[in-house]
Ligand binder design. Structure first.
Ligand code: 6XA
Ligand code: ZN
Length: 342
């Protein structure tokens, strides 16, 4: 299995995120990708290649043009205020406020285009974000070219980013962009399986009214877990997308066997949908020692996740999402990938 990776991810290194009343050092840090890359290299999984550069139009198939333009210029607009630290939103168009008029001041834009304050924008954020999408697109292109699988070592991650919003360390939705690219280049039906600990709210929202892209997600119950406001079991899609969305919210403390039983349900749903190709949003923050999550998966559980995905017997693109137990992130990712490849 080919891994696609770029050093450009280092250009994004936020100083702080708002977490439980404090500005704390970002959990989403460059060393995450370093550990995954090291583990891939040691595993003998396959070659590591650099991404190709794709047109901006591949991004606007999923995101709105004004949102991409915001990401492109946000840092310069922030710098023009005389600020040198990271840009962070502090006000949002929630209930009772207008969301039909995009602000022109960067402070307003940051909140308008964000769901939370876990999305610092730094000098290098756009370059890293664009490169991360290229990593996913290059992986998708490999599937189109006939590869059975590929691993897009994306950083920053993407599954919380909506068509017009950043959030939860995510700016462009790499998995959604890749899935759309597959649809635009031959695949009639694509399934996205999200095994990150957090619900992939952005991916769900992007494809919620579509019947050509199935979305299934296993995650911490949103009643008690970020992103809190999406990810319940009764969200099944609308219109043409009715029945093409499936959520498996699971309680804190979920163990490997419990998780794998739910995964069997998601795999069965995907098999019934009958996709030509599969995109996996691969987060390993389900790990028992993850510092911000509450599932209890370990070791062989990750191998079993890979095995079950392989049972779908479809060309499969793995897209890196979360995982914050930095020392173990590489081992756990490689466990899924080798479980799939075995
Ligand atoms: C914000 C928590 C963001 C969760 C990020 C993540 N305090 N998503 O891992 O998959
Ligand atoms: Zn996560």
């Amino acid at each position: 299995m080919l891994t696609i990776y770029s050093d450009d991810h280092r250009l994004h290194h936020g100083a702080a995120e708002l977490y439980r009343g404090q500005l704390v050092p970002c959990f989403e840090m460059p060393s995450r990708a370093d550990h995954v890359l090291d583990a891939v290299r040691e595993s003998g999984l396959g070659d590591v290649v650099a991404p190709d550069r794709f047109d901006r139009t591949a991004l606007t198939r999923v995101h709105t043009d004004d949102y991409v333009a915001f990401l492109e210029t946000a840092w310069d607009e922030w710098r023009a205020l005389g600020e040198t630290g990271d840009a962070l939103p502090y006000v949002w168009p929630a209930r009772g406020l207008r969301r039909d008029v995009p602000p022109t001041h960067i402070d307003g834009k940051l909140g308008f285009y964000a769901i939370d304050a876990a999305v610092p924008i730094t000098a290098g954020t756009w370059a890293a974000v664009r490169s991360s999408a290229d990593v996913a697109l290059t992986g998708a292109q490999r599937l189109i070219a006939g590869d059975h699988s590929a691993f897009a070592l994306c950083r920053p991650p993407g599954h919380h980013a909506g068509a017009r919003a950043m959030g939860g360390f995510c700016y462009l939705n790499n998995a959604a962009i890749a899935a759309q690219h597959l649809r635009d280049h031959g695949a009639q039906r694509v399934a996205i399986l999200d095994v990150d600990y957090h619900h992939g709210n952005g991916t769900q929202a992007i494809f919620y009214d579509r019947g050509d892209v199935f979305f299934a997600s296993l995650h911490g119950d949103p009643a008690v877990e970020y992103p809190f406001f999406l990810g319940y079991a009764d969200e099944c899609g609308v219109g043409a997308g009715q029945g093409a969305n499936r959520n498996f919210p699971l309680p804190w403390g979920t163990t490997g066997p419990e998780y794998l039983a739910a995964l069997d349900g998601a795999i069965a749903d995907i098999a019934a949908f009958g996709p030509d190709m599969v995109v996996v949003s691969l987060g390993v923050d389900t790990f028992a020692d993850d510092p911000i999550s509450h599932f209890k998966l370990r070791g062989d559980d990750f191998v079993q996740i890979g095995r079950r995905i392989a049972s779908l017997a479809r060309p499969t693109l793995f897209v890196m999402e979360g995982g914050y137990a930095v020392a173990e992130i590489g081992v756990n990712v490689v466990a899924v990938l080798t479980g799939f490849a075995a």
